[in-house]
Design a protein around this ligand. Structure first.
Ligand SMILES: [Zn+2]
Length: 129
């Protein structure tokens, strides 16, 4: 059975990730969030389906009762394809249900303790004169 997991990170850590302007660096940083789950099958946050490493999409959302914290949720390929609006509606509904339950039931929320890999070093392209 896929393991349900949500990563929680401090908002400052999330901003470090957002500062990556190069799309490859950004995706590499997002994928690296899941490095400690590379040999696990995690559950899609929206449908519960199996998600293999690295998740096709990671949904980021503010943690409802802690504004200093951002949650990262793995999505399967099908849910990753949903329109932004539908994905957001479903994310909100799942979060509302999760946060209406007693705190003890939120054991799936795991603090992210890793560090992001260094940004890629780009070789400068020198145009011939
Ligand atoms: Zn899914």
């Amino acid at each position: 059975m896929p393991e349900q997991v949500l990563l929680s990170m401090h908002i400052a850590q999330f901003h470090v990730l957002l500062k990556r302007r190069d799309p490859e660096d950004f995706i590499g940083g997002v994928d690296s969030l899941w490095n400690s789950y590379c040999d696990h099958v995690v559950a899609c946050f929206l449908c519960g389906g199996a998600v293999l490493y690295p998740p096709p999409r990671t949904e980021f959302t503010a943690e409802p009762d802690n504004l200093q914290s951002v949650l990262a949720a793995p999505l399967c390929a099908d849910c990753a394809e949903l329109s932004d609006e539908v994905r957001w509606d479903r994310t909100r509904a799942v979060l509302e249900k999760l946060y209406s339950e007693p705190r003890a039931k939120r054991q799936l929320i795991v603090p992210y303790r890793g560090t992001f890999p260094k940004p890629l070093k780009r070789r400068r392209v020198v145009l011939a004169e």
